[in-house]
Design a protein around this ligand. Sequence first.
Ligand code: MG
Length: 229
Amino acid sequence: MQKLLLFDIDGTLIRSNGAGRLTLAYALERLYGTAGPLDSYNMSGKTDPRIITDLLTAVGIAPKEIHKKLPAIYELMAEHGQKIFPEKEMSACPGVPELLAALARRDDVLLGLLTGNSQLTAPLKLAAAGIDPLQFRVGAYGSDALDRNDLPTIGMARANQLTGSVFNGNNTLIIGDTPADILCARAGKATAVAVASGWHAADTLAEYHPDHLFDNLADTDQVLQILLA
Ligand SMILES: [Mg+2]
């Protein structure tokens, strides 16, 4: 039976060095003249539409109005990302290139993304960190849902559609670096794999009881053994 591995991007596959925050600031300032309380806002594990809605409602813009503009905001973010990502020295997290290379050689896994980034920005970020986005055959993105917990079902449905196989919580793993990734895996009844390569220490992640917890993904053999057990 094939397994579906859904990877988060920021803090899990790559380090984006604050580039996402800059693209948000650019897009919101272009369209609204303000990015709201962006400087003090905790983006950890949140989807782009969640972040955008929080920032703009804080300065009095109606959610309905924000919702209408989301596609335009995603486009501006991607446009700016294309320009600045190459200058931000983004890089793959430890062990990620080796792990992806090992996974690419196996036919018992299907690789996908589950990220708060929009579908436009996700491949740009990966490419800027030297990771080929095309190896991820399915994705569930921030541009699909405001609530991260809605993304597992979307990712599984796309995997089912692509392959004709049945993917559900029993054969899906969600790999991420924040408590929100663990809760999202729970919402999808999937296996929660936490990795402390982002902003959260392993101790903090452990409090959310992931099924598996790694300091990083550097030990390819050990990670493969656990992911594919
Ligand atoms: Mg993350």
